[in-house]
Design a protein around this ligand. Sequence first.
Ligand code: SF4
Ligand code: SF4
Length: 430
Amino acid sequence: MTINEQREEQRRLKQMELYRVRSSQTALRYLRRISEWKQHRSELEPFYDILRNVHSEEGSIALRYGMPTIGVHCVMLPLELINAAGAVPVRLCAGNETAFQIGDGIVPKDACPLVKSVIGEASVSCVVHTNECKLTVVPITCDCKRKMAGMLSEYKKVFAIQVPADPKSDDSIRNYKAELYRLKEALERSTGNEITADSLRRAIEKQHDMQYELTRFSELKKSCPSVITGTQSIMIMNSLGYDEITAWTEKLRILNDHLESDGTPAAKANRPRILLTGSPMIFPNIKIPMLIEENGGIVVGDETCSGERALSDPVSVSEPTLDGMMQALANRYLRPCSCPTFINSQKRIYRITRILNENKADGIIYHVLRGCLVYDYEYALIEETANKLQIPVIRLETDYSEEDIEQLRIRIEAFTEVIKFAKKRKEKGE
Ligand code: SF4
Ligand code: SF4
């Protein structure tokens, strides 16, 4: 080894150590903080344990379940296909601040923090749940993801999947189905397991069981006063990204039973009820929902793709053959998706309006990850919708650092005060 190579190796080892210590500290800090909330329930612990295990204890998901793992970078990828290959899907979208800082030195300054964090994690090459994935599947959606797929393949085995930009057309469904067949083959090669009509049917059924519990949970979330906080809910949804589906469904069933029998409010009924939407929020980057709920509001709806939006629509199979199920997967993962990387945004507006009504939200907080152009583009449309509905809306742009916490707190406090004032006026009939 030359002196330069030795220096480079020392720098890499130092960076690895720094990453391990800092990322573990951040994850534990957020987990401790939320566990100390008076709304804490012991039934939430199993979900937090998953996050603790992966983000602080370098736990192996593959070892925990004795199954291979497959990394996914988007919610438009059918988890059923991965489960049918006898593998656990692991969501690798990253929310890690330390990895974000490392990635900041590798990718262009204007790239979004999520991509910086993913590349940062890949470059330190000591993240167990990332490293152990037999394959990493990246959808080609926005420009950041496209370039990320290329960069990531320098570190690991990447399978890039083309996502059509117009989910409504039949051609798009046909093309996506062809992509899913390509993915099927790649999964079979990586896991050594054939995906059969039978294994796919069983995987779809498991996903349906999960969606049944998720629907119960979503109904409980609509209660006024709320029985669970939005931050707790975001943590629960994030934890699915690192868990085996049947095990996670059972945890959610226990929590649902508990919430149904013990409806202790998580907040007073008059707290400003917030719908959170915009760029995804990946643990430990949960500063926005935490700030909302520590400063007088309660998050009653989460329309981001890190929340229930990604999981709620069930696969509807009309033909129980392998091809029929592949068709059903292509339909399910493309048509209802309201990701802003698509050309048309009407579906998202419809979904947001529905959540606002059903969850009785008083205001919208629109989260934009700095550099995330697709979500930023859509803010004008959301603002227009909110104005029509006479609902206050605010846009918060941030990244994964904590430097702007005070500034965000001030803006969120002011926003919740505006809502409180508007509510009082409404009560008085003014
Ligand atoms: S924002 Fe869109 S492309 Fe990005 S992970 Fe979510 S659904 Fe996928
Ligand atoms: S959709 Fe936004 S947050 Fe997601 S990868 Fe693209 S730019 Fe980043």
